[in-house]
Design a protein around this ligand. Structure first.
Ligand code: PLP
Length: 475
């Protein structure tokens, strides 16, 4: 018999080496020092954000494969540093391209603790306090969005997954699980994640029926009313109507009340994709923009997109959260029964998953109601300022909405000219450390600014507007 070789573990003979696992009987000063140094790396990186570009040049990657012998603290930290140098830099005031704001301090700490706790939202016995926290926070947020008493939901790793779970739940609840002809209605400007959901649900791409929008990018209720009648006459069932609260290019909000009334009249599930817009309901002054949200059967909310909750942070909220279990529960034969509100793994598509709710909870607690409102209002003010500065130039065509997004392109130019202008101008702006995105919308490239970055100052926006005006001169 050959004895299996016992490999030496790093740290066994070296008192100062980083332990692989924390000593369960005493706090380890070496581990503590390591975490402190990792925190220092991070605070240095965040604190030097303004001195680098929002989008760094392609950087050298450290080796990816584990070496024969495990690495110690020095190498681990220096490799980390190398990787950080090539990372997108959301803490830069000029990071205005996407819905990816700087990370909130409490969320960063909560993510560290989340990793250290290593609990699993799959089952209550693997995350007793965190399972309850998730259920309660979903209930709280649902109440804040004015969903009916008893509303709640589940956290998901991103809005795409929340949308998918919503449509699967709608289909199951409506008894359309095995119906091959059923359709989903949404607007032309609805998010691409709905196309993925349709594919995952085994439906043909045509099952996602996109309806026209008005000049402001809002789903036209007349077109929807007409389509619902046609579908009824053709005996084609509707899984759900998806209204968007905050479209991805221009931040338009579909007319939620009118759509909700139509859904009620036809007995159709209303899912509201509020990945961008739903958090605006947390600011009382903005609630009126989202009138009708409270009538949804399900709502996707992505706190990661504006509030600085670290990724991923998305919730799917339902008026009747028991429908989630009805759609997804399989029984968990390897787990003790839940003592209270059920297992996280029975309330959605994901099995094992981290307690992402922790960074949302701690982040919202750090902000407070006042901080949440201030973030939202300041984002809107920045959009207004930029819009004012750009609107004076009638050579620009602006595509805005009521939220913190603003897209634009030269007025009346060809698709080719818009493409050339957008590519050139994005590069010029990057050279000035201003990063915008370049969405293709209605067959033309645009530039888009997302104004959710709390570090962006009025002078950055003045500089941006100035550069845009200059760029238009050469179209
Ligand atoms: C971002 C977005 C999504 C998808 O969210 P992810 O977290 O990226 O998966 C869905 N809908 C809308 C309107 C979005 O803007």
């Amino acid at each position: 018999m050959v004895a299996s070789p016992v490999l030496p573990l790093p740290g066994e003979n070296d008192a100062a080496a980083l332990p692989l696992f924390a000593d369960p009987l005493a706090p380890d000063p070496v581990l503590e020092e390591f975490l402190h140094r990792a925190s220092s790396l991070l605070t240095d990186w965040l604190g030097t954000a303004g001195a680098r570009s929002p989008l760094p040049a392609l950087a050298l990657l450290p080796d990816v494969a584990p070496e024969r012998l495990g690495l110690g603290a020095e190498r681990l930290l220096s490799d980390l540093q190398l990787l950080m140098e090539g990372a997108f830099n959301p803490n830069h005031p000029g990071a205005l391209a996407h819905l990816d704001p700087p990370p909130l301090a409490a969320s960063v700490a909560a993510d560290l603790i989340c990793a250290g706790l290593n609990n699993n939202l799959l089952a209550e016995e693997l995350s007793p306090s965190l399972t309850r926290l998730e259920q309660q926070l979903c209930g709280w947020l649902a109440a804040r969005l004015a969903l009916p008493a008893g509303a709640g939901g589940v956290a998901a790793s991103g809005g795409s997954l929340s949308n998918l779970m919503a449509l699967v739940t709608a289909r199951r609840t409506r008894g359309l699980g095995s119906h091959g002809q059923a359709v989903v209605l949404c607007s032309e400007d609805a998010h691409v994640s709905l196309e993925k959901a349709i594919a995952v649900m085994g439906l043909p791409a045509e099952a996602l029926q996109r309806l026209p929008v008005d000049a402001a990018g809002r789903l036209a209720p007349d077109a929807m009313a007409e389509r619902l009648v046609q579908l009824e006459q053709a005996a084609i069932p509707v899984i759900a109507v998806v209204a968007t609260a905050g479209t991805t290019v221009r931040g338009a909000i579909d007319p939620l009340e009118e759509i909700a009334a139509l859904c009620r009249r036809h007995g159709i599930w209303l899912h509201i994709d509020g990945a961008i817009g739903a958090v605006f309901a947390l600011a009382p002054a903005q609630r009126v923009r989202l009138q009708g949200l409270e009538q949804a059967d399900s709502v996707t909310v992505n706190p990661q997109k504006l509030l600085g909750i670290t990724k991923t942070s998305s919730l799917l909220l339902l008026a009747d959260p028991s429908q989630l279990e009805a759609a997804f529960a399989t029984g968990l034969p390897y787990m003790e029964p839940s003592r209270a509100g059920g297992h996280g793994g029975e309330a959605g598509l994901q099995g094992s998953r981290p307690a992402e709710v922790l960074k949302l909870w701690l982040g919202l607690r750090q902000l407070g109601q006042q901080g949440i409102e201030a973030l939202i209002e300041a984002a809107l003010q920045r959009r207004c300022l930029l819009e004012q500065r750009l609107a004076v130039d009638d050579r620009l065509r602006l595509l805005g909405g009521p939220l913190h997004l603003l897209a634009f392109r030269p007025a009346g130019c060809s698709a080719a000219a818009a493409e050339e202008w957008s590519a050139r101008t994005r590069q010029q702006l990057l050279a000035e450390e201003l990063m915008l995105s370049r969405p293709l919308y209605r067959g033309r490239y645009h530039l888009k600014a997302v104004l959710g970055n709390p570090h962006t100052r009025p002078e950055d926006l003045e500089r941006l507007a100035h550069a845009i005006h200059a760029s238009i001169a050469n179209v």
